[in-house]
Design a protein around this ligand. Structure first.
Ligand code: GTP
Ligand code: SAM
Ligand code: SF4
Ligand code: SF4
Length: 307
């Protein structure tokens, strides 16, 4: 059984924010579309929600945040949800990977995405507020030894790191990691903000260049994102482009539902007023059937953001 929304989109992925807290302060952070909050779900509650989700056809779970690895019980959370999922991945800033990669692997995590916007220490501090690039690079080395694939997330920003795109492509090829080049994304109401106007760097022209250079191009089901296999002096680099702004194809192929760190199902990253509380019913002893109904209600509320 798979739940399908009113727009014909099957819901096969669950993206769970484990905490709204973070040990970095990236100035562009969308915080997965949620506000800062102290309420968090327990590992037992997360396990129960994932178990219900798996009955409804959800096969892939992504753990995110805030920074998911600052939760003290992160290894327990991974261990608990592992049995219910085909693909269990995490997106992290990499600051804790040096010590946590091994226990996370042992607990059953399949793969990690690590955010890395720049290879320049000063710029890294400018973007994230903290001088921890060497620590993150060590974390990436460790992760690459244990996980496959490791994806590196680079949010491309005009005048800030757009001159590093090719360095990052070479770095990814050298490390045998996948590079995700990401456009800054904001909700409609922020498109006129100084921040978006200053830093938005459209990736479409670059994709056109990749089309010429690539020895192979693949299209993913999710968001119909394209992957380009680009020759470099370090071998073939695998580069995925995440271009979401005003991209109707991206939203038409969105198969994710979200769970906020406060225990609300959320239908879309960029939408407002789309939260459905699932953890309060759990705390009030709701049955599995009642929780299934909450999931169904959330799926019916889903709609593409850009359409
Ligand atoms: N608009 C939008 N952006 C998303 C969505 N999912 C991920 N993103 C963005 O895509 C970028 C990469 O996100 P990750 O957390 O690494 O996950 P992912 O690449 O989507 O997932 P995998 O490829 O399965 O590892 C980030 O900038 C996210 O904000 C989504 O459903 N909608
Ligand atoms: C919100 S973070 C949470 C996980 C973890 N703290 C990290 O940074 O990887 C998830 C991903 O979203 C990306 N991201 C954050 N704000 C963004 C924005 N405004 N536009 C595009 N991507 C963004 C980050 O670079 C990161 O790769
Ligand atoms: S590390 Fe992740 S959650 Fe933390 S501020 Fe940066 S993008 Fe946001
Ligand atoms: S509908 Fe579009 S903006 Fe919303 S979560 Fe899905 S892909 Fe992202």
């Amino acid at each position: 059984m798979v739940l399908v929304d009113r727009f014909g989109r099957p819901v096969t992925n669950l993206r769970i924010s484990l905490t709204s807290e973070c040990n970095l302060k990236c100035f562009y952070c969308h915080r997965e579309g949620q506000d800062f909050s102290f309420r968090e779900m327990t590992p037992e509650e997360i396990e129960r929600i994932v178990r219900i989700a798996s009955k409804l056809g959800i096969k892939k779970v992504k753990l995110t945040g805030g920074e998911p690895t600052i939760r003290k019980d992160i290894v327990e959370i991974v261990r608990r949800i592992r049995p219910y999922v085909e693909d269990l991945s995490m997106t992290t800033n990499g600051t804790t990977m040096k010590t946590l990669a091994e226990p996370l692997k042992e607990a059953g995590l399949d793969r990690v995405n690590i955010s890395l916007d720049t290879l320049d220490r000063k710029k890294y501090k400018e973007i994230t507020g903290f001088d921890v690039l060497p620590q993150v690079l060590e974390g990436i080395e460790k992760a690459i030894k244990l996980f496959h694939p490791v994806k590196l997330n680079m949010v491309v920003m005009r005048g800030l790191n757009d001159d590093e795109i090719w360095d990052m492509i070479n770095y990814a090829a050298q490390k045998k990691a996948i590079l995700q080049l990401i456009e800054i994304e904001v909700p409609r109401e922020m498109e006129n903000s100084w921040f978006f106007k200053k830093y938005f760097y459209p990736l479409k022209p670059l994709e056109e260049k990749f089309e010429e250079l690539a020895v192979e191009i693949r299209e993913r089901k999710m968001h119909r994102r394209r992957k380009y296999f680009i020759p470099t002096e370090y071998g073939i680099a695998e580069v995925e482009v995440v271009r979401s702004m005003h991209n109707t194809v991206f939203c038409a192929n969105c198969n994710r539902i979200r769970l906020t760190s406060t225990g609300h199902l959320k239908t879309c990253l960029l939408r407002k007023n789309d939260l459905i509380d699932i953890v309060t019913p759990i705390r009030n002893n709701a049955s599995d059937e009642e929780l299934i109904e909450i999931f169904k209600k959330a799926v019916l509320m889903r709609e593409p953001y850009w359409k």
